[in-house]
Design a protein around this ligand. Structure first.
Ligand code: ADP
Ligand code: MG
Length: 270
């Protein structure tokens, strides 16, 4: 589907219009299947910095399929966060197509973008980004409540799964870093998204806590059949991925083309 203001039509309709030339030999992604939960095709994004433009994403193609875990590595400034922001409808590309849960984000109003995010995407950030004035339960409930689908029993179940039922009435400031990130994982999964986009989710945790959070995140997405795209420098996270992609100067490469120990792929993980 594509949303243009409040009007919705299908991706099929757009293809029938002949505007889709992604499948040219050489640069094309694999054909879209019904299993695709996120699709980026020819996505580019520049930022203005002073007098010059920085290319953050350069003609990126990406297909994420239902239930797969995709690791994303790369040096600082290579475009990893921009990739997640654009894939998650938090930022708009300058060109190219982004389709999430069957919805083409081009032309979506801000309200529609928010709706697509609530229904299809969960986010986990390095610095947690919980709402400080809300309790653990309220933070986890938020995506469902905002979508008009409040479901206290589901929230209880998820709090049990992340081991935080006893802390449900606490504020984020009353929790440890690992507990806060577990709340963020619970929040990301609360609305039953197609995909969780995680940007260095263990980057601000000590290694023992990071391992716990990573186990939890991986177990939860695997058991829910949710896809996970995880930007990480953590060898344990890379090792858990079904496939690993490298971002280099805004372009995506398969990690299998690059020796471990380079480009941010931790040695010994591939
Ligand atoms: P990474 O997450 O891999 O460290 P980013 O996606 O954050 O990389 O950034 C990619 C490039 O885009 C960097 O050169 C960064 O400085 C630039 N960039 C990212 N966001 C902005 C912004 N909002 N304004 C200007 N430049 C930006
Ligand atoms: Mg980043």
């Amino acid at each position: 589907m594509v949303c243009a203001g409040e009007r919705w039509c299908t991706t099929q309709d757009m293809r029938a219009g002949g505007d889709d030339d992604r499948h040219r030999a050489g640069s094309s992604p694999p054909p879209r299947s019904d299993d695709t939960v996120v699709e980026l095709a020819g996505v580019s994004k520049r930022y203005r910095q002073g007098d010059s433009d920085v290319v953050a994403l350069d003609a990126v193609d990406l297909h994420v399929r239902r239930g797969e875990v995709v690791g994303v590595v790369g040096r600082s400034g290579s475009g990893k966060s921009t990739l997640l922001h654009v894939a998650g409808g938090l930022d708009r590309p300058d060109s190219g197509r982004v389709v999430v849960g069957g919805v083409d984000l081009a032309g979506c109003s801000l309200r529609m973008l928010a709706r697509v995010r609530r229904r299809h995407i969960g986010f986990v950030f390095q610095f947690f980004q919980l709402v400080p004035g809300l309790t653990v339960r309220e933070n986890v409930s938020l995506p469902l409540s905002l979508d008009g689908r409040a479901d206290p029993a589901r929230v209880d179940r998820i709090l049990d799964q992340v081991g935080l039922r006893a802390q449900a009435r606490r504020l984020p400031s009353e929790l440890s870093g690992g507990q806060v990130q577990r709340v963020a994982v619970a929040r990301a999964l609360a609305a039953g998204p197609d995909v969780v986009l995680a940007d260095e989710p263990t980057g601000n945790l000590d290694s023992a806590t990071a391992a716990t959070v990573l186990d939890l995140l991986a177990d939860q997405v695997r058991s829910a059949g949710t896809a996970l795209v995880i930007v990480t420098h953590d060898p344990a996270a890379v090792a858990r991925a079904d496939r690993v992609l490298i971002v280099r100067d805004g372009r995506l490469h398969a990690a299998s083309d690059t020796p471990p120990g380079r480009e941010g792929i931790p040695a010994g993980t591939l």
